[in-house]
Design a protein around this ligand. Structure first.
Ligand SMILES: [Zn+2]
Length: 378
């Protein structure tokens, strides 16, 4: 497996656990590994180059199995948005990630990063008016940094869009009440239930699975459901590693490729059973996106952040190692840390787990899954 970082900040990940970073003609390689650079172009490299020639937002033609799972970060901070910190490499918006697989678009969390993503989704809808405007929006939990972009998410205000929202019931509240309660007077002038878009809200429980077919709406499935080979499958794990009610961790599986989104988790050994569940859930994933908010100093220093529900990079590395994942992406950065501080945490993590990279706004990861898709087509 290799990371490729293009000049515009996009990165590509080829599957296969080759442990080598391979340099392409199109741009510099970000070096998550200390292994030598191989001059031989990989299959994935060829696919990535071909993909580069296509407009990024172009949807796959109907009936063609997608060849990649593409993740893009629109907000990577935790706790609150931070326009004040130095630099501009990491970005200051709170959590939001977009996942594209063929004709499906999935949004994970609606932090302030969702505002720019919403604008992009409107541009795509306007440029491809013949395509259905269907989005799946998964929420991990309801803390402010994961919801503050929702009232400003442009597709909510457009009648062309059908938005399928999924997330956990929390603190004795149903998921639909949690979301609707966030956009109502006196907190916000527009009522969620009166928006012009079409919205479907579904509560998710621990162990639930969502099937996203090649085309059409996502749906909850049971163990008996036959899963088409060109579908994107989402598994939900309600982790109890975040106060007070936990947070949902998501696993995305497509064509044999596997990506884990595990934010707002504190893996400190205090709750070994919960730690173990997370590690088992992430087993053998190609990519693990994991909370890594605090430096060791802040986590255990004079004003310790222990118990806040967030990990250090060392904790994220522990999960990555024990789960045997291919790559680790550090995420949910502390808003006080400038670019230099965040990248220092990445440097430290790489000493113990070389296949580590830091999430930053605009970073795009491409997870090749064509071969697995061919194997699994039913
Ligand atoms: Zn958070």
């Amino acid at each position: 497996m290799a990371w490729r970082v293009r000049p515009n900040g996009q990165a590509s990940v080829a599957r296969g656990h080759t442990k080598q970073a391979k340099q392409g003609a199109s741009g510099a390689v970000e070096a998550p590994t200390r292994t030598p650079v191989s001059p031989a172009p990989s299959q994935a490299l060829k696919k990535a180059s071909a993909a580069k020639a296509r407009p990024r937002a172009q949807r796959a033609p109907a009936g063609v199995a997608p060849d990649a799972l593409i993740a893009r970060f629109w907000g990577v901070r935790g706790s609150y948005a931070t326009p004040r910190v130095g630099g501009g490499h990491v970005g200051g918006d709170t959590t939001c990630m977009e996942l594209r697989y063929g004709r499906q678009t999935v949004v994970i969390d609606a932090g302030s990063g969702a505002i720019a993503l919403g604008e992009e989704l409107m541009r795509r809808a306007n440029s491809q008016p013949d395509q259905p405007c269907e989005i799946t929006l998964l929420l991990t939990h309801a803390h402010h940094d994961h919801l503050c972009g929702l009232p400003f998410f442009a597709p909510l205000y457009d009648p062309r869009f059908h938005i399928h929202l999924f997330g956990p019931d929390l603190a004795g509240m149903r998921f639909d009440d949690i979301v609707a309660g966030y956009m109502r007077a006196p907190y916000f002038p527009v009522d969620f239930r009166a928006l012009p878009s079409r919205r479907t809200l579904t509560s998710l429980g621990d162990g639930d699975q969502i099937l996203l077919p090649a085309e059409g709406a996502p749906r909850l499935i049971t163990a008996a459901t036959r899963i088409p080979g060109d579908a994107l499958l989402v598994d939900a794990l309600l982790s109890q590693l975040h106060p007070v009610d936990g947070s949902m961790v998501y696993r995305f599986t497509a064509g044999g490729a596997r990506l884990i989104f595990a934010t707002d988790v504190e893996v400190r050994g205090q709750n070994p059973e919960a730690d173990h569940r997370l590690i088992a859930f992430a087993r053998s994933a190609d990519i693990l996106i994991h909370d890594a908010q605090y430096s060791e100093q802040d986590y255990g220093g004079a004003a310790p952040k222990r118990g806040y529900g967030h990990s250090t990079p060392a904790m994220a590395v522990r999960v990555a190692r024990e789960a045997g994942v291919g790559r680790l992406v550090l995420f949910h950065h502390e808003p006080h840390y400038d670019d230099q501080a965040v990248m220092e945490l990445e440097r430290q993590a790489r000493a113990d787990f070389p296949e580590t990279i830091t999430a930053r706004e605009g970073l795009e990861l491409r997870l090749d899954c064509l071969d697995g898709m061919r194997r699994r087509l039913v």
